[in-house]
Design a protein around this ligand. Structure first.
Ligand SMILES: *Cc1c(COP(=O)(O)O)cnc(C)c1O
Length: 387
């Protein structure tokens, strides 16, 4: 270990710092992908994913060997056929990525958009949701702008139509309320390196029975052989070979997922909110303000803050990076306008943000910054779960 640099403070909206138990699990001796012990581990993962997503007891869950984008792509590849009408809610770069993928698999895409920094309006979805729509897709938490879309309200509209409902849960599942069964979600996915703080390279998915029936009724096989739901089912349920799964990443994800469930999903939701309030209050006197106007549209796991007038975004982030602290700015039209502070998984802890506040106070000549942070932290965390 001594060859590695000292600990890096990763405050980006993904990847997140690897959970210590996941780090330890990575060093387990290798086993074969067809080993009985690996199949037992896989079925623990499947059960824990059902809890994380809030599914029916029998819902198919699995890991895809790729990042969150593969989870996204597999949804369209398996559940969309050429010519299908697909309604995509796109109010940021990940929503637009969904639209592009759906189009590549032959969908006729209808877009529902919203102004930058605002959530999708359910009534705009309703206006385009005609009987011929085969799927509605939405990003729950738009990482590019820090906007939380009203998934439960959109779900209610979709439920009374014949369409499947696909939800990108990358910034929410495991950290924010997510209720696949109660809401009526048909396909959900995330990435291991976001809210679970496992290493990148796995995409946990959940597929409803309705979605499986749609898949089973395809006229032609999906062009995406590697992510074919039938092939995945063969491995995850039938225990027959499809492809070599990254066993060591399964070890790590299982450890991180179990740690999340042991902490408790509600405790995690509370931890994110507490940290968000502490950071916002600490930075407010410097002129940082919430980028998303309506409080109910703010995504707790990606804190988007508008920078103060005249703030040297690139310069300060560069200096922070020299001190081994990574902070992410805006994307496209919000570049130079906002910071996106990650509060997913292990980044939503007092210590990494203490490092940021100390460094920032130093760089900006704000002697009170670190003390303000401690003060707000103490106020918030009088009954804090863990530090
Ligand atoms: C990160 C992210 C993705 C893509 O995940 P990768 O792991 O980068 O492939 C998709 N959707 C959202 C909302 C994300 O934040």
């Amino acid at each position: 270990m001594s060859d590695f640099p000292t600990e890096h403070v990763l405050l980006t909206p993904g990847p997140t710092p690897i959970h210590p138990r996941a780090m330890q699990a990575l060093t387990r001796p290798m086993l074969g992908h067809m080993d009985p012990e690996v199949f037992a581990l896989n079925s623990d993962i499947q059960a824990d994913l059902r809890v994380m997503y809030g599914t029916e007891p029998e819902t198919f869950t699995a890991l895809l060997a790729g990042t969150g984008s593969l989870g996204m792509e597999a949804g369209f590849a398996n559940l969309v056929e050429p010519g299908d009408e697909v309604l995509v809610c796109a109010n940021g770069s990940f929503g637009r990525r969904m639209a592009e993928m759906a189009a590549r698999y032959g969908a006729k895409v209808r877009l529902v958009t919203a102004p930058l920094g605002e959530a999708i309006r359910p009534r705009d979805v309703a206006a385009q949701l005609t009987d011929d729509v085969r799927m509605v897709a939405v990003v729950h938490g738009e990482t590019s702008t820090g906007v939380l879309n009203p998934v439960p309200e959109i779900a209610e509209l979709v439920r009374s139509s014949g369409a499947l409902f696909t939800v990108d849960a990358v910034t929410t599942a495991g950290m924010e309320p997510f209720h696949m069964r109660d809401w009526g979600v048909d396909y959900a996915y995330t990435g291991a390196q976001k809210c679970l703080s496992a290493p990148p390279g796995l995409a946990p998915i959940a597929v409803s029975e309705r979605a499986f029936a749609r898949f089973g009724a395809r006229r032609t096989p999906t062009p995406l052989w590697y992510g074919d739901l039938g092939g995945l089912h063969d491995y995850w349920v039938g225990q027959t070979y499809h492809h070599t799964v990254p066993v060591n990443l399964h070890f790590a994800l299982q450890a991180a997922l179990r740690a999340a469930l042991e902490e408790g999903l509600e405790n995690r939701q509370r931890r994110v909110r507490q940290m968000g309030r502490v950071i916002t209050r600490t930075l407010e006197p410097l002129g940082f303000t919430p980028y998303v106007h309506r409080p109910e549209e703010r995504l707790p796991t990606v804190l988007a803050l508008r920078l103060p007038e005249g703030f040297d975004d690139a310069g300060i982030r560069g200096q922070l990076r020299q001190r081994d602290i990574s902070v992410t700015g805006g994307l496209g039209p919000t570049a130079g306008v906002i910071w996106r502070l990650g509060l997913m998984g292990e980044s939503a802890r007092p210590e990494p943000y203490r490092r940021l506040m100390t460094a920032l106070g130093d760089l900006l000549g704000d002697r009170d910054l670190a003390d303000r942070y401690e003060h707000h932290l103490q106020e918030e965390t009088r009954e804090l779960v863990s530090v």
